[in-house]
Design a protein around this ligand. Structure first.
Ligand code: PEP
Length: 240
C-alpha cells in the first residue's frame, strides 16, 4: 500500500518562513507521497512554489457548507481552486477548541470528498479515555459517521492521533499505534474501504519514525512540530 507523510504547519510561520519551508520540502522531499499543510493564508503562494513538483498541498480545515454566507470559512471549491489535494478534518485541536462534533466532521469530510479533495480524517482519544480503557470505543464512535457519510465510493485518509501524544513529546509506542490501527483497519474493511491509508500522528520525529513505519497498518504519518524543520521532516519522509 502507498504511504502518505503530511506536514501540518498549524498556525506557525509567516509568509517568508512558510515559503522557505515549502521550497525546502520541494527540494529535499520531492515525492508524490508527501503533502504540506500550511496556514490557509499562505496556501496560494505555497501552491505556486510546489506547482512543478510532486509534493501535494493540503489545508487544515474546510467548511461543511458550499460557497456563500459562512464568514471566515473556506469552502471545498476554494480549496480545490487554490490547488489543494488534501484537507484535514476533525483535528483534535478543532474538536476540543472549536467544539467540533463527529457529525460535523463527517459533513466536512463529505463536502471535501464531493468536491474532489481527499479528506484526512483525524481521530484519537484523550488521556482520560485511554486510562479508562475507552480508547477503541471513542475512536470507533468518531470514525463511524465519516464512514457512513462517505460510503464505499468516496476516498479518505484516516489519521490516528492520540490527543495525549500531540505536541507533548509523548509518542504512542509502536505496539499501541499498531493495535489501534488494526482496530481502524477492521472498521474500514467491514465498510468496504480496506485500502484506506491510516496515518499515525502524535510527536512523530526523526528518532521514532522508523519504528512506527515498520508497523503493518501504519501507512504514513501526520507530523506537526517535526514538520517545521526540513532536517527532521526529511528524515521522517525517508523512514516511510
Ligand atoms: C498534529 O498536529 O497533527 C501533530 C501530530 O502534532 P505533533 O507532531 O507536534 O505532535
Amino acid at each position: 500500500m502507498n504511504t502518505l507523510i503530511a506536514g501540518n504547519w498549524k498556525t506557525n510561520l509567516l509568509a517568508d518562513s512558510a515559503q522557505a519551508l515549502a521550497q525546502a520540502v520541494r527540494d529535499h522531499c520531492n515525492q508524490t507521497n508527501v503533502c504540506v499543510i500550511p496556514p490557509a493564508l499562505y496556501a496560494g503562494k505555497v501552491a505556486e512554489l510546489l506547482a512543478t513538483s510532486d509534493v501535494a498541498l493540503g489545508l487544515q480545515d474546510i467548511s461543511d457548507q458550499g460557497m456563500g454566507a459562512t464568514t471566515g470559512d473556506i469552502c471545498a471549491q476554494q480549496a480545490v481552486d487554490v490547488g489543494a489535494k488534501y484537507v484535514l478534518v476533525g483535528h483534535s485541536e478543532r474538536r476540543v477548541r472549536q467544539f467540533e462534533t463527529s457529525d460535523l466532521v463527517a459533513r466536512k469530510a463529505l463536502a471535501a470528498a464531493s468536491a474532489g479533495l481527499v479528506p484526512i480524517v483525524c481521530v484519537g482519544e484523550s488521556l482520560d479515555d485511554r486510562e479508562a480503557g475507552r480508547h477503541e470505543q471513542v475512536v470507533g464512535e468518531q470514525l463511524a459517521p465519516v464512514i457512513q457519510a462517505l460510503g464505499t465510493v468516496m476516498d479518505c485518509v484516516v489519521a490516528y492521533e492520540p490527543v495525549w501524544a500531540i505536541g507533548t513529546g509523548k509518542t504512542a509506542s509502536a505496539e499501541q499505534a499498531q493495535a489501534m490501527h488494526a482496530v481502524i483497519r477492521r472498521m474500514l474493511v467491514d465498510a468496504g474501504k480496506g485500502q484506506t491509508k491510516i496515518l499515525y500522528g502524535g510527536s512523530v520525529n526523526a528518532a521514532n519514525a522508523a519504528e512506527l513505519a515498520a508497523c503493518p497498518d501504519v501507512n504514513g504519518a501526520l507530523v506537526g512540530g517535526a514538520a517545521l524543520t526540513i532536517e527532521s521532516f526529511a528524515v521522517i519522509v525517508k523512514a516511510f
